[in-house]
Design a protein around this ligand. Structure first.
Ligand SMILES: C[S@@+](CC[C@H](N)C(=O)[O-])C[C@H]1O[C@@H](n2cnc3c(N)ncnc32)[C@H](O)[C@@H]1O
Length: 330
């Protein structure tokens, strides 16, 4: 079996350094997609002029932001600094959005540290001219925890709107059959129960998403080297619920390029960015790979196999072990 994954690049800086020369973007650079009009920029999401360069005078209908939220990754940064940094990228996001638009943010809540940064981020959002609409929880299959605490399996997703954007409720239906009977009601003189009255025989996702498989190495969409990839299915659900065909979707924290690929698949345009040229390159290559091979990721291969075929990687200190699941809190 083909088995040539990259290790997690955040944990293997020497591997990342070897990939850097193969990246087409350097800081400040923008890649323009000639096929579908997407853009990928290598910028700091907190920098207003760089964010404006990415937007190129356009405004988006939807933002899906997934910032890093493990404060360990911020070294000595505390929560105050994290929130001030968040204020800067949220300001840039709102600057890039239409007056009727939707704004989704994935954020962690560290149960070992007062659930940070979620509560302070929620308070920060009160300072902006947006309405809170939903607090969604996506349930992971695998979690982390001890025998002395509830296993942590949740991913938090905040949904805000500005103005009155469209919401397509059809996107909310899952494949999970309705099984609960009850909620009897008389309709036209007849006693009916909810299964008879419903438009569909499957349940709506609501604000607890139970039906999304978290990314792990056996999935086609797996992008090895990445450590925080969101499933295409959750991104697709957001895009179909909160944008229309041809709309512009933004994501300032591209990483594996999930929003870029999901936008392509759903017929939307995407302007996305990452501060790291390696993740910008991975995002672009993932889109190109899909167009050439029809695959949504590399499963047990990786984005740089042309330059780093199997064998060339063997000198890496620590290859991704079989069974790697991307972490839930990062
Ligand atoms: C949690 S990951 C995003 C995962 C992404 N949603 C996916 O599905 O692959 C966060 C990403 O933000 C990037 N990042 C960190 N600080 C940034 C900044 N100031 N500006 C832009 N990107 C940044 C990191 O390099 C990382 O790739």
């Amino acid at each position: 079996m083909h088995n040539n994954p990259l290790p997690r690049l955040d944990e293997q800086p020497e591997v990342r350094a070897r990939l850097l020369p193969f990246c087409r973007l350097t800081p400040g650079g923008v890649w323009n997609d000639a096929t579908s009009g997407h853009r990928v920029a290598c910028i700091d999401a907190a920098d207003p002029s760089a964010a404006a360069d990415l937007m190129d005078g356009k405004r988006a209908q939807l933002a899906i932001q997934d910032p890093p939220y493990n404060l360990v990754a911020f070294d000595t940064r505390g929560i105050r600094e994290y929130i001030e940094w968040s204020r800067a990228w949220v300001t840039n996001t709102l600057q890039a959005l239409e007056s009727d638009s939707s704004f989704y943010v994935w954020l962690g809540a560290d149960q070992r540290d007062h659930f940070q940064p979620l509560p302070d981020f929620m308070l920060l959002m009160r300072d902006f001219p947006v309405q809170a609409r939903s607090f969604i929880t996506a349930r992971n299959q695998r979690g982390y925890g001890t025998q002395k605490n509830w296993m942590a399996v949740r991913q938090e997703l905040l949904y805000y709107v500005r103005g009155t954007p469209a919401f397509n409720v059809e996107a909310e239906y899952t494949d999970i059959p309705k099984t609960l009977r009850g909620y009897y009601k008389d309709v036209g003189g007849e006693r009916t129960e909810n299964l008879q009255r419903g438009k569909r025989d499957t349940i709506r996702a609501g604000n607890v998403w139970l039906d999304i498989q978290q990314v792990f190495y056996r999935l086609q969409e797996n992008v090895s080297g990445c450590y925080a990839q969101k499933p295409l299915k959750s991104t697709d659900r957001i895009i179909r619920a909160s944008s229309r065909a041809g709309d512009l979707v933004i994501d300032f924290f591209a990483h594996s390029g999930t929003t870029l690929l999901a936008a392509e698949l759903a017929g939307r345009r995407c302007f996305t960015a990452d501060i790291d040229p390696v993740y910008c390159e991975i995002a672009i290559r993932r889109l190109e790979h899909f167009r050439v091979a029809g695959k949504t990721g590399w499963q047990n291969g990786h984005a740089f196999e042309k330059e780093m075929p199997a064998g060339r990687l063997s000198s890496f200190a620590d290859r991704a072990p079989e069974g790697t699941v991307q972490t839930t809190l990062f």
